[in-house]
Design a protein around this ligand. Structure first.
Ligand code: GAP
Length: 441
């Protein structure tokens, strides 16, 4: 990728600036577990809230739910996950490291030990995370942490229909944690065993599935545009027969050109009436919908757009990370400025208030100003180090506007606003700041 971004630089910035840290760090970490720090939490929330506003509260044909992570195990039997949610696994005959058979060339040496003894035959490995309910650990108390959000939307379908009084076509959305016992987690927050997902099931009449599939594909593209993703970094991969998940009749994987290769970002699937039909068969509940106009009674078909939240955080950071030459405080000198050109709506802080010096009279103006703006815009306050260093720190965390309170402010009751991307500065009266920012943010 251009702009100087590598995974090493991004991971280092994420750690030092408090976006994402290795999990359980003081105990030596836990492989492939990551914690969102203060800024990463804000970025992730901004992504989730923007998505919810765009796809749920901003529309009349969508409702949200927030279901339990542990569901009745029969759900996962009916959905086919207990039997079919598997990845093919092979093991190096020398060091016993395990790999996903579809991700390595088994004719080559082992990537871990370099051994050429070969690999075991592929064996299907189930990705569902098992747990036990209650105090006994026997087969009767086995349960699963949800491997996808979708199943609750199918199982709760009749209750949502009854309580929300929605009419087909309509969707049920959810955001939350999912768990998969991945064989090969890795690449920072790209593939982990515990991850965040947002997805919806959009229920349509079978005769209209193609129209809605195309519609949601366009909506997913528009969302990616909002996240600041360059179209040239995306690949739309039509998944062939035999390669799709067990429930899908058509799938497009939206892939992204990560620094570690072209890999899946999001998915769009036509799940037919597979899930509702299976839950109806196994539970005995009638999940059919009655069209109030035609009285036709049928099982709706489903279009499912699915968006990994952690992968959204990752690509948003990758897209935003920019290195450029910028002037220093020394006359005629430049150095490398690292700036996260995040979409303003997603930036953790929108504004930083920076008094030019730590002098009491400047802080006495700057601190109340920060408190005032904070009630409407996410606002940081920083009075340590030189103003140049503070500007660079705010650039690195993607703050769109820095507001400098200087000695002139004491007289003219105005401040200097610096734009993150252009570094241009304008003088604005303190009384007009809310109006000015409301127009820009
Ligand atoms: N309900 C459909 C479903 O779960 P999926 O393609 O298996 O489909 C959905 O997963 C999305 O979840 C992926 O497109 C990806 O963004 C994200 N995802 C899947 N496995 C992941 C993992 N181990 N770590 C992080 N994100 C993951």
């Amino acid at each position: 990728m251009e702009k100087g971004v590598t995974m090493e630089k991004l991971v280092a910035l994420a750690k030092t600036r408090g976006f994402v840290y290795p999990g359980s760090d003081i105990y030596g970490g836990l492989a492939n577990s990551w914690d969102y720090g203060p800024l990463g939490t804000e970025l992730k929330r901004n992504i989730m809230n923007a998505w919810w506003q765009r796809f749920v509260t901003g529309r009349g044909d969508m409702v949200g739910i927030d279901a339990a992570v542990i569901m009745n195990p029969k759900v996962w039997e009916a959905s086919g996950h207990v039997e079919g949610f598997t990845d093919p696994l092979v093991e190096c005959k020398k060091c016993h490291e395990r790999f996903r058979a579809d991700q390595i060339d088994i004719a080559k040496a082992c990537a871990k030990c370099g051994g050429k003894d070969g690999f075991t035959d592929p064996k299907n490995f189930n990705l569902l995370f098992k747990t036990f309910i209650g105090s006994t650990e026997d087969t009767k108390s086995v349960a699963y942490l949800r491997g996808e959000l979708a199943q609750a939307m199918f199982v709760d379908f009749p209750q949502v229909l009854m309580s929300s009084r929605k009419r087909v076509p309509f969707g049920i959305a959810q955001q939350g944690k999912c768990y998969r016992n991945e064989i090969t987690p890795g690449n920072f927050i790209f593939r982990t065993r515990e991850f965040n997902l947002m997805e919806f099931e959009y229920f349509v009449h079978e005769s209209e599935w193609e129209k809605w599939f195309e519609y949601w594909l366009e909506q997913m593209k528009s969302w990616l545009d909002f996240c600041g993703v360059n179209k040239e970094h995306l690949v739309f991969h039509e998944i062939e027969d035999g390669e799709r998940a067990h429930y899908s009749k058509r799938t497009i994987d939206i892939e992204y050109l990560y620094p570690f290769g072209q890999k899946e970002l999001y998915g769009l699937a036509y799940r037919t009436d597979f899930d509702l039909k299976r839950h109806m068969e196994v539970s005995g509940a009638d999940l059919r919908y009655t069209d109030p106009k035609t009285n036709e009674k049928y099982l709706p078909h489903v279009i499912e757009p699915t968006f990994g939240i952690d992968r959204t955080v990752l690509i948003t950071l990758l897209e935003a990370y920019t290195e450029e030459q910028a002037p220093t405080s020394e006359e005629g000198q430049t150095d490398t400025r690292v700036v996260l050109k995040l979409p303003k709506a997603l930036a953790p802080f929108k504004i930083a208030i920076l008094p030019l010096s730590k002098k009491d009279e400047l802080a006495a103006m700057a601190q109340p100003l920060a408190d005032r703006l904070r009630s409407r815009f996410a606002t940081d306050y920083d009075e340590t180090q030189s103003i140049g260093k503070r500007y660079r720190r705010q650039d690195e965390i993607g703050t769109p506007y820095c507001v400098t309170v200087d000695f002139e402010t004491l007289n003219d009751k105005a401040v200097t606003i610096r734009d993150r991307d252009t570094m241009e500065q304008v003088r604005v009266a303190i009384d007009e700041l809310e109006t000015w920012f409301a127009q820009k943010l």
